[in-house]
Design a protein around this ligand. Structure first.
Ligand SMILES: [Zn+2]
Length: 1078
């Protein structure tokens, strides 16, 4: 493609407000004067009356009145805008309360108990013992509940160490066969070491895993969201027990530990490091390695030494597993563990483990096999580990064989170190540790299993008591109580093999019961949440259909003229000006009036009943508020009947939205959502192409067909960007990154942003030229500033690739990273700071040209270039600012997809205009579908692991609040955000300065747009609630609901803070020049 030449324009300096306004007014006065003279002449001719020449005083008076009127109209507009914004704030509040309520019903699972285990009081107290009394029994010195094996432990946590990274695999993948030491020792010296798969309970985030690995219990899902900042663990846990026993704990590495266990660690020896800088592969690891070896010489100063390394995890996030950096990292870990093992003495046990795995792109968070399968290795030169069967000698070849549950580490470590097992533990002892070197210490195994099981039983009793529930009767065969009694009955018989497996059976069954018990939901809260969302959607739909007729822009120039002259004469009083009687004002007032009794009633109910459920006040307020708003809408004679679609387009919008909602009931529909959205947009393109055939004007007809075809082609093109989710395999090939096991871009993909910077500004220009709107600030802004921003963000990805691939080996460390970050900051500064300023102050994209009229050369003719699209062309500058930033933050392939999205939106706007679809809901619905579609095309899926956390480090070196989460949000929801910012274009495109009712129209279009996302939230909510027992709940339905909920809030916020605010700025700017139409 040849580089586009900026069309040589006559050097017209961008006109500023004053000159533009002066030019416009001069031209207008001239026209008015001409008209007046003409009219006067006509009158004179008709009625033969004296000339009604206007004297100069009269003109002045009229000017003053006109100015006063303009002022009133401006004021009225601003107040109307505020009421509209108020309505949207209310809508946002309704959505927040609805989503919050539903989620609270869903996530409320496990009751946390405050009980702590005590060393002197084993749960088996008073019952016959399996082991003879050992010296120091019931003390930490000898072992509280079981004879102590080790004095000290070194726990090395290699974040995201997947099981297959540690065992031989017959392939050449970068992540295989690099970390061999642990496997080798387990094979060569089975008494000194063992290696087993270590299975995490989802969600597979480090924070959640650390809780499980120290308390021995299952996660409460409420914590997933707090992944960015953890809060202290208050439940009984290993570290608490260590501290209670007067032991010293030292921690090195990932600072998540610090937030979970504040004040637990020896301050002078511990070294926490920032955990979220996924860009940085080495700082944390080097810090741990540097500080751990000196500590190995100071064994008297600690009892538990924790080293948490993050390099493997970060290599996964940054590059994906199949990358040379991963090989390097795993080799480094291999050497590190090798060196560390040499320093371990007989009194110390070394535990190396992963907290979770990583998916094929190096991310985690969900519950796929790759994400939950970590590795566990224990080592002691003492040689005490055993195998109960000869086949167990070799570590399992895959993680499916003989896996250990991660919570099993808790009783194992507690019993090894002689401390009590934390009260809430549900895990069981790991066999190798207690089986004895020959693998036949069945009495030890039985004793360890029994004391653990007794702890679980005690916990169960407390839990049921705290919840006020009855335990299952002993008589039910297979119930935990039944299994427990059977096991107890076996103890006296002395068959330890049988005793061991009987208690193991009890533990297994209890764990399963707990899982299903905690998967119980607060149905009332869920229903309340769904009801709030449902009524919210209904209200929104009624609001949208309301006014569609009575606000129909009346474009009758004569009526307009008459009205205007009446106004100028001062005949129309202020109170009859628009805005005095705004629908939104009524609604906002109703919303507040309705909320108050609900709030008071809900809170009072909670108070009287003695429940602490004051949140119910919020829910009640939401419901009563929706009810009063509904009533006031009804009073304006709106009924639900008006909601039924009456046109083909209305039906199409409804079918697209509703079939989605029904589809979310099926996991395969949810998994293949991107293809379905593609199908919808293609269908729309074909239907509009057909419908274009009815357009009378030939050029318009051809343009409409052209844009429809273009719309489909662009969508097809965008669909070549794919990031597959695990469930789509093997029917899907990821193209978003260099390969399916990488999270860096392929070399050829780096060309995409450059192509975008070359082509996109030219395309935008082509959309502005037919309305002669490439005027004012547009040529400079689009042709130069916007293009420069795009070029710089393309450059960013080259610098990034050069840094990743170490293209210039002799550069000083971090040179490229510095360059790329500063470059990115400049792009964002250009877009958000300069761009917003420019948008605030830019005059309309019009030029006023005075030329001699052809017919009567003596009379000057005034033409305003761009008049017909004055609103749209100027507003367009705002989405462009967002587009540059979103392209920067979306990786090369995503940037390309976003450019296509923007192009598609421009065509959509043309299609809506040419086919006269602006009074139907199809425009906003299609825009919403486009936004959702490009969520997938920018490398995302509705699963936690596709969040591109590394995007936080595009403009920053370290985690900074609130910027880091904002960068991640802009990256994740780029498609929906761009679509939302573009929404006002559906109304403003080709709107001239004199068009009325734009604000109300935009607010209703926003209503349709938000309704699409609200229906999606409602549907995913309802299905997740209904399918709460479904096997795929946490894998498919729950993440889809979470995505829909967050998207809805994002769309609400962007629509209000960017869309409506931008429209206000835009209207004021147009009004200042051309006078107020509203
Ligand atoms: Zn991670």
């Amino acid at each position: 493609m040849p580089p586009p030449q900026p069309t040589p324009k006559k050097a017209v300096p961008a006109p500023d407000y004053k000159t533009l306004k002066a030019q416009w007014e001069a031209a207008k006065r001239k026209k008015d004067a001409e008209d007046a003279t003409k009219k006067a002449k006509e009158k004179q001719e008709q009625q033969q009356q004296p000339t009604a020449e206007l004297n100069s005083d009269e003109i002045k008076l009229r000017e003053l009145r006109r100015a006063a009127l303009e002022g009133r109209r401006k004021k009225a507009y601003k107040s109307r805008w505020l009421w509209t914004a108020g309505f949207w704030v209310w809508m946002l509040a309704v959505h927040l309360v609805g989503i919050g309520y539903f989620t609270s019903g869903f996530l409320l699972t496990r009751l946390q108990l405050d009980d702590k285990s005590l060393c002197e009081v084993p749960p088996t107290a008073g019952e016959g013992d399996i082991l003879p009394a050992w010296s120091g029994k019931g003390t930490v010195e000898g072992g509280c509940w079981y004879p102590k094996t080790f004095e000290r432990a070194v726990v090395v946590l290699i974040d995201a160490l997947r099981y297959d990274f540690t065992v031989p695999v017959d392939d050449n993948a970068a992540f295989h066969n690099a970390f061999t030491f642990m496997y080798e020792t387990a094979v060569k010296e089975p008494n000194k070491a063992f290696l087993r798969p270590f299975i995490a309970d989802p969600p597979t985030s480090t924070l959640q895993r650390l809780k499980g690995l120290t308390t021995g219990t299952l996660p409460t899902f409420i914590d997933v969201g707090s992944s960015f900042s953890g809060t202290a663990i208050e439940e009984d846990n290993l570290l608490m027990q260590m501290k209670e026993a007067g032991k010293r704990v030292v921690h090195l590495g990932d600072d998540t530990w610090d937030s979970l266990f504040p004040g637990y660690f020896e301050g002078n020896l511990s070294r926490p490091y920032d955990s979220f800088n996924v860009w940085d592969l080495h700082t944390v690891d080097n810090g741990v390695i540097e500080h751990i070896f000196p500590l190995m010489e100071k064994k008297g100063q600690w009892d538990l030494l924790i080293g948490h390394l993050l390099g493997v995890d970060h290599a996964g996030h940054r590059y994906g597993p199949d990358h040379p950096e991963m090989t390097k990292k795993l080799r480094q870990m291999d050497g590190f563990v090798r060196d560390l093992a040499e320093k371990i003495d007989d009194k110390t046990v070394l535990i190396v483990m992963g907290d979770h795995g990583m998916d094929s792109k190096g991310d985690h968070g969900g519950e796929s096999d790759d994400e939950v399968q970590a590795a566990l290795w224990m080592y002691s030169p003492k040689g005490i580990f055993g195998r109960t069967k000869p086949d167990f000698a070799t570590p399992p070849a895959t993680a499916d064989i003989r896996p250990v549950n991660q919570i099993d580490l808790v009783p194992t470590v507690a019993l090894m170190l002689g401390i009590p097992i934390p009260f809430n533990n549900l895990g069981r002892p790991i066999e190798e540790v207690f089986a004895g070197p020959r693998g036949n210490s069945w009495n030890n195994l039985a004793a360890a299993e029994r004391v653990t099981a007794a702890g679980i039983k005690q916990y169960q009793a407390s839990y049921y008591a705290a919840r006020g529930m009855a335990e299952e009767a002993v008589s039910t065969p297979g119930s935990p109580a039944d299994l427990w009694n059977k096991a107890e009955g076996l103890v006296s018989k002395g068959n330890w093999v049988a005793v061991y497996s009987a208690y193991a059976e009890y533990q297994k069954e209890t764990l399963a019961r707990c899982k299903s018990l905690w998967a119980q939901f607060n149905i009332r809260n869920m229903i309340l949440g769904i009801a709030i969302m449902g009524f919210g959607v209904l209200t929104l739909l009624v609001y949208v259909s309301k006014g569609a007729e009575d606000d129909e822009a009346v474009d009758d120039p004569e009526l307009d003229d008459a009205e205007k002259s009446l106004e100028i004469m001062g005949v129309i009083p202020d109170s009859e000006l628009p805005a005095a009687d705004v629908l939104e004002r009524k609604l906002v007032a109703a919303a507040f009036l309705g909320a108050v009794p609900g709030l008071i009633g809900g809170a009072l109910h909670a108070y009287l009943k003695g429940t602490d459920d004051y949140y119910r006040g919020a829910a009640m307020a939401a419901l009563t508020s929706i009810a009063t708003v509904g009533v006031s809408l009804y009073e304006i004679k709106e009924t639900l009947v008006t909601l039924l679609p009456s046109t083909l387009w209305g039906w199409m919008a409804a079918v697209f939205t509703l079939s989605q909602s029904i589809g979310f009931a099926s996991n395969s529909y949810t998994i293949w959502e991107d293809s379905i959205l593609m199908f919808f947009s293609t269908t729309f393109g074909f239907v509009t192409a057909l419908s274009a055939l009815r357009i009378q004007s030939l050029p318009d007809r051809y343009m409409a067909i052209y844009h429809s075809v273009l719309f489909v082609v662009l969508g097809r093109l965008a669909s070549s960007s794919k990031l597959c989710r695990e469930e789509q395999m093997p029917y899907c090939t990821s193209t978003y990154y260099a390969s399916s096991t990488s999270s860096t871009s392929a070399l050829w993909q780096l060309a995409i942003p450059f192509a975008v910077s070359l082509i996109l500004p030219t395309i935008i220009k082509a959309y502005l030229q037919p309305t002669r709107s490439y005027e004012g600030l547009a040529p400079a802004w689009i042709g130069y500033v916007f293009r420069t921003g795009l070029f710089m963000s393309a450059l960013y990805w080259v610098l990034d690739a050069a840094d990743n691939g170490d293209w210039i080996p002799n550069l000083p460390d971090k040179t490229l990273k510095n360059l790329s970050v500063y470059n990115a900051q400049m792009v964002l500064g250009l877009a958000f700071v300069a761009g917003t300023t420019a948008f605030m102050w830019a005059p309309p994209c019009v030029s006023i040209v005075t030329s001699a009229s052809k017919a009567t050369p003596t009379r000057a003719q005034v033409a305003i270039l761009g008049y017909g699209n004055a609103h749209g062309a100027r507003y367009l500058l705002l989405p462009l600012n967002f587009l540059v930033s979103l392209i920067l933050l979306s990786k090369p392939m995503g940037g390309g997809a976003l450019a296509l999205l923007f192009w598609q939106i421009l065509s959509l706007v043309e299609i809506v205009d040419l086919n006269s679809l602006s009074s139907t809901p199809i425009g906003p619905v299609m825009l919403a579908i486009l936004g959702s579609f490009h969520f997938f095309k920018t490398g995302h899926q509705a699963v936690l692991s596709t969040i591109q956390w590394d995007s936080a480090f595009i403009p920053l070196f370290t985690v900074r609040y609130p910027w880091s989460p904002m960068a991640v949000a802009l990256n994740t929801f780029a498609g929906q955000i761009l679509a939302t910012v573009c929404l006002p274009l559906l109304v403003l495109w080709k709107a001239s300065p004199k068009q009325k009712g734009l604000l109300g129209d935009i607010s209703r279009k926003l209503g349709v747009f938000v309704a699409y996302f609200a229906v999606e939230s409602l549907a995913t909510m309802a299905w997740a609630g209904h399918l709460r027992r479904h096997l795929m709940l946490y894998r498919v339905f729950m993440p889809r609901f979470a995505t829909a909920a967050v998207v809805l809030i994002v769309v609400d916020l962007v629509g209000l803070l960017v869309g409506l605010a931008g429209v206000r700025v835009n209207t004021v700017a147009i009004g200042e020049v051309f006078g107020w139409a509203e």
